[in-house]
Design a protein around this ligand. Structure first.
Ligand code: NAD
Length: 280
């Protein structure tokens, strides 16, 4: 078996009950431990019949889409939460279209990475019931072939007119934005188009939210991957998991759920997931 060279082996394992939190620093630089931890994840995946993933922007950074809060993320590049504020959008839509342009271009050029494909293979090759509750707006899980994806923050696929609610494919909108036509307007009523994604200050779409709640409550295993877990209410969804379910966290940095998890893997989600599923 190949060692997971690129995994950062800061990790904690709690596979027994009552859970034991291991000293995560103790495993730093220990490759055997990395291998063992990947196998722990493989084991959790093998034992579960129904698996729900809660994913965030870190799931797609390896596809070339920046996240918000990493040191190389969108916020570090000078664009803050304000860009995705509903209030600001209504007051000054040009601000959103100017600052979100690069993210939208990155999303339109991105392809699913090894992590998205590994999750899809759990459903198609290993016969697991897999649900994906994603905060991502990029549709890469869907493109990878996963069929039960619940985008709790909407997706970039469509835009709707803020005046008459006419819905249109985003391709047309972003092409005109790239041509300098901002903010894009509905020719029929003159209203401004807004992407069908959840802005700060906006309610989550009800149907995906209800499906997400059912998927998390019914899962044997919840895997949280690539999210800082600071954007609510999505970040609170893991709290509705069943007391019998196991929890694994895969993230490059600490999250508030680490202390509740059976397994915490600090590494790149695509790498960790593809390795774990390689040895399934
Ligand atoms: P976030 O930026 O707050 O957090 C991302 C987390 O992922 C960080 O903790 C970071 O350490 C970790 N991370 C980064 N790269 C990783 C990798 N390769 N492997 C494992 N972990 C990695 O993002 P969030 O928690 O998803 O919440 C913020 C909002 O960002 C969400 O609502 C989402 O809609 C939006 N967003 C989505 C996209 C996308 O669709 N790809 C991109 C940017 C932002």
């Amino acid at each position: 078996m190949r060692f997971p060279d690129e995994m950062e082996p800061h990790a904690a394992v709690r596979s027994t009950y009552p859970p034991i939190l291991t000293d995560i620093e103790a495993w730093q630089g220990n490759r055997k431990m990395s291998e063992f931890l990947i196998q722990e994840l493989t084991q959790l995946l093998a034992q579960a019949e129904s698996i729900t993933f809660l994913t965030g922007a870190g799931m797609s950074t390896e596809s070339g889409i920046p996240d918000f809060r990493s040191s190389s993320g969108i916020y570090a590049r000078g664009a803050g939460e304000e860009v995705f504020s509903l209030e600001r959008f209504h007051a000054e839509p040009t601000y959103f279209y100017t600052h979100a342009r690069d993210l939208m271009v990155a999303i339109s050029n991105a392809k699913p990475n090894a992590g998205h494909l590994a999750i899809a293979s759990l459903e198609h090759h290993f016969g697991k019931q897999v649900d994906i509750v994603t905060q991502n707006i990029d549709t890469l899980h869907q493109e990878a072939g996963s069929t039960r994806v619940h985008p709790v923050h909407g997706t970039v696929e469509t835009c709707s007119c803020t005046r008459c609610h006419y819905r249109i494919s985003s391709d047309q909108i972003w092409q005109s934005v790239l041509d300098g036509d901002i903010p894009p307007r509905h020719p029929g009523c003159g209203g401004i188009f807004k992407p069908d994604i959840t802005f700060f200050g906006e309610a989550l779409p009800l149907e995906p939210l209800a499906r997400s709640q059912r998927a998390i409550a019914g899962a044997d295993l919840l895997v949280v991957a690539g999210t800082s877990l600071v954007v609510y209410p999505a970040a609170g969804l893991p709290s509705i998991r069943s007391f019998k379910s196991r929890l694994a966290v895969i993230n490059r940095t600490k999250t508030h759920l680490d202390r509740e998890a059976a397994l915490v893997l600090r590494g790149r989600a695509a790498h960790v997931l593809s390795r774990a599923i390689d040895v399934l």
